[in-house]
Ligand binder design. Sequence first.
Ligand code: PEP
Length: 249
Amino acid sequence: MRRPVFAANWKMHHGPSDARAFLRSFLAHYARRPDRQLLFFPPAISLTTVIDSLKERQDIRVGVQNIHWEDKGAFTGELSAPMARDAGATMALVGHSERRHVFGETDEETASKVAAAVRAGLTPMLCVGEKLEERERGETELVVLRQLRAGIAKVEPHAIGTMMLAYEPVWAIGTGKTATPADASAIHAVIRRELKAILGEKATGIPICYGGSVNRGNAQTLLEASDVDGLLVGGASLDAEGWSSIVRT
Ligand code: PEP
């Protein structure tokens, strides 16, 4: 059964008190549904609060927004995958466009982070997506495939089969501009084809989420597009009532 993924990326919002209040309200609006996969990516400081607030709701998974590629060491301010796992996270976002373009993370570093997540038993959600100028130069496919191939280069095929992917065109993130369902579908099909070339039919089971200005108004049509298996949502996941209505889409 296809179970669409609804992933909330809170970015640098919702410290522990806000996170607790959000989940109290959200859980009052959202009853367990076996036909959905729900994920929360809170800021690291709120991770244990979120895990604690969801202890009766094992149907909802929690992940970190970023990890370091080393397991430990002198990396002030960083967070390792084994630490995130120890705190109860089961997932990690890797290669989010803000990591790539605000913090300058390279494809090589992204690949090392994917490998670190897999080593620690976290499911990586690898994000790929082109910038506006790359899209205007007609390089969308090229960029997405480069990021995808590089991002999975340091893990074995069986581990790739357990990952999640997210296509997030950079020009659509936080801008109010959304890819059309047809555009999203076309790029998701490119990603799927590449994964199939490596994994065969197993690639059919890898969820490929779309992200970029998803809201209550466009969630349904995006989810209906072929090869769109879920949504990765920033801004519209910050309000408990709004997010609960999106996840019931
Ligand atoms: C994101 O942060 O991954 C994202 C897609 O943000 P937004 O929904 O705000 O565009």
